[in-house]
Write a protein that binds this ligand. Structure first.
Ligand SMILES: C[C@](O)(CO)[C@H](O)COP(=O)(O)OP(=O)(O)OC[C@H]1O[C@@H](n2ccc(N)nc2=O)[C@H](O)[C@@H]1O
Ligand SMILES: Nc1ncnc2c1ncn2[C@@H]1O[C@H](COP(=O)(O)OP(=O)(O)OP(=O)(O)O)[C@@H](O)[C@H]1O
Length: 350
């Protein structure tokens, strides 16, 4: 069940038990949030009122490589902390990376402000989604933080309300709250769910956009604004459902090699994920996956291969004991009291 349905199930349960013992909010909540891709991504004109972001019509799909976001209540007045763990942290691991700008931290401050709470929370992110890879990892972490805090703080807000907050933080975030399949319009933030048993979902499945997917990931990153800027110069490739694919391959030719290799090895669908550089290849079965992996390995068309199921959705867990990270790389930020003011719209910027 998704975190959203878990949340509404919890509030429904308390509604039918008026005499039950007072509900005690959990002290730790953990949410696994999948990566996202775009099965189609039609890009229109940039719009000044969206800060130059482009009009989109896209079919989003959750892809089952999960980041785990864990939130734990802290002493009142103690502020927030952030722990990041994972083998491939990309630019998040660099000393110049400002963890106060981490998307999950921004989500914590946005929700705290919206519900009038202090952000006295420790955030723990176990990253598995490749960073700056076109897989929406930062958006997934922000969505996970919103879902987990919604439970930790016993808010149980409707998804539509969480989506409004998510939309102030980034185009992909409203989708990442629910995953599955969905259509996105506006700058990507207006979401219409595509239920799993709908004709539209059945059509996507029959076109091969479901089941086992290989993700070809790279040590290189692509900046999303740079890919949109390249799209503005180059336009979309002929017949390509992802209008950013041509621009992403122009900036990162190995993504084009990976698509060709995957198709030659029998993949049902192979395309650049969002703004790239990652490539997603849907395969019919384990045998086709083995063929695809061999082709990518022999040709060195990708640096890393991850396997995933799609479509995928967030899932939440209440924990009685805080989790301990045990990964190879671990980064930590302890926040100063002053930072609270910066992120809640108070005094100035650093
Ligand atoms: C490429 C996609 O991942 C496809 O879903 C999204 O369009 C990008 O989603 P995102 O990273 O959540 O986007 P945001 O954080 O809102 O914007 C990052 C940058 O991407 C570009 N951007 C994003 C969305 C959009 N509709 N048009 C744009 O031109 C802008 O340069 C913007 O400054
Ligand atoms: N929690 C986070 N996880 C990943 N990146 C983050 C996070 N917070 C901030 N960032 C910053 O966001 C940048 C984009 O990372 P992300 O993994 O979201 O890329 P992406 O999937 O290509 O983005 P997009 O959603 O634009 O397609 C990174 O380079 C990083 O500096």
């Amino acid at each position: 069940a998704s975190a959203a349905s878990a949340a509404s199930a919890a509030s429904a349960a308390s509604a039918v038990k008026p005499n039950a013992a007072r509900h005690v909010p959990p002290l730790t909540v953990s949410v696994d949030v999948p990566a996202k891709t775009n099965l189609t991504l039609h890009v229109g004109a940039p719009r000044a009122e969206w800060g130059g972001r482009h009009e989109l019509d896209t079919i989003y799909c959750g892809v089952g490589v999960y980041d785990t976001i864990t939130v734990t209540s802290k002493e009142p007045g103690s502020g927030f902390s952030l722990d990041l763990a994972g083998e491939h942290l990309g630019d998040l691991a660099s000393t110049g990376s400002d963890m106060r700008r981490n998307h999950a931290v921004l989500a914590l401050f946005a929700l705290a402000e919206a519900c009038g709470r202090e952000p006295d929370v420790s955030l723990n992110i176990e990253k598995r989604i490749p960073v700056a890879a076109g897989l929406g990892g930062g958006s997934a972490d922000a969505a996970g933080a919103l879902l987990a805090l919604d439970e930790l703080w016993d808010l149980h807000w409707p998804i539509a309300r969480l989506r409004e907050i998510a939309a102030t933080l980034g185009a992909d975030m409203p989708f990442c709250l629910t995953g599955g399949y969905a259509r996105g319009t506006g700058f990507g933030e207006r979401i219409e769910d595509i239920p799993a048993d709908s004709p539209a979902a059945r059509q996507l499945k029959s076109r091969g956009f479901a089941g086992l997917a290989m993700i070809g990931a790279y040590a290189d990153a692509l900046s999303t604004p740079a890919v949109y800027a390249a799209f503005d110069r180059l336009g979309a490739g002929d017949g390509e459902e992802n209008h950013l694919q041509h621009a992403a391959i122009a900036l990162h030719p190995r993504s084009g090699d990976a698509i060709r290799e995957a198709v030659a090895a029998g993949a049902r669908q192979a395309f650049v994920s969002g703004s790239g550089p990652s490539v997603i290849a849907f395969v019919a079965d384990e045998q086709a996956a083995a063929d695809g992996r061999r082709a990518w390995t022999a040709s060195h068309a990708v640096d890393r291969i991850l396997m995933a199921q799609a479509p995928a959705a967030p899932r939440s867990r209440r924990l009685s004991n805080p989790v301990r990270a045990s990964q190879t790389m671990k980064l930590r930020l302890r926040q100063s009291k002053r930072l609270n003011h910066i992120h809640t719209g108070g005094a100035g910027h650093e």
